[in-house]
Write a protein that binds this ligand. Structure first.
Ligand SMILES: Nc1nc2c(ncn2[C@@H]2O[C@H](COP(=O)(O)OP(=O)(O)OP(=O)(O)O)[C@@H](O)[C@H]2O)c(=O)[nH]1
Ligand SMILES: [Mg+2]
Length: 207
């Protein structure tokens, strides 16, 4: 069983000053609205409704923290999975969008407990300008990025591979990026993604 299956809701925050103290490793899920962030969290944690999913873009409006319980210390989590609101949602007014950009940018640049970033990109659409900007925010920190090419069930295998190599080329300048075609509905790429995220939260010590 994956340690990620032990995730449970901890807190929601609207602003950076409401986040828990940065004491344990955090893995955040970022990407455009409706790309499948909440669905990915649910399948990775093997829970159907841990993170709220919706057909309506812009559903996740708060920063939601899910704690991974430590079996030896039930009161102190081993780490957190963090579901962030999506960006690029046209129906959001300009001011809200600018505000959110600041919260997201601040979180990615300054959160000392951030161990790795899961960037979700719709496999049919590929990386957009906003996704590129996000990678640029993270890159200077040297933190690893796992790109999940979501909704891979919507493309035949050949096109999936083309999208995968195109994304790899776009990320060539980012040292620690790993690209995985992913489907929450078909559980595609699940093992690979799980291994990566587990290792960020609870690194395997290699002698
Ligand atoms: N076919 C298919 N649909 C998916 C997949 N993952 C998510 N979806 C669908 O895409 C829609 C959006 O999924 P969410 O997980 O809510 O997306 P989100 O990125 O959390 O969206 P916001 O919180 O609004 O930014 C829902 O209708 C999901 O059922 C997938 O792997 N395959
Ligand atoms: Mg969501």
């Amino acid at each position: 069983m994956s340690i990620l299956h032990r995730a449970a809701f901890s807190i929601s925050a609207a602003r950076l000053d409401q986040l828990p103290a940065p004491t344990v490793a955090e893995v955040c899920f970022v990407g455009r609205s409706n790309v499948g962030k909440s669905s990915a969290i649910n399948v990775l944690t093997n829970q159907r409704r841990l993170a709220h999913t919706s057909k309506t873009p812009g559903r996740t409006r708060l920063i939601n923290f899910f704690g991974i319980a430590d079996p030896l210390e039930p009161d102190a989590p081993l780490g957190f999975l963090v579901d962030l609101p999506g960006y690029g949602y046209a129906a959001v007014d300009k001011e809200t969008r600018a505000q959110w950009g600041e919260v997201l940018g601040g979180y990615l640049r300054e959160r000392v407990s951030l161990a790795g970033v899961v960037l979700l990109v719709d496999i049919r659409r590929g990386m957009t300008e906003l996704d590129g900007r996000l990678v640029d925010w993270v890159a200077p920190s040297g933190k690893p990025v796992l790109v999940l090419l979501t909704k891979a069930d919507k493309l035949p295998a050949g096109q999936r591979r083309i999208a995968e190599s195109a994304t790899r080329r776009q990320l060539a300048a980012v040292g620690a990026a790993h690209v995985v075609p992913f489907s929450a509905t078909r559980r595609l790429g699940l093992e690979d993604a799980t291994r990566h995220i587990e290792n960020w939260i609870s690194p395997k010590v290699v002698p």
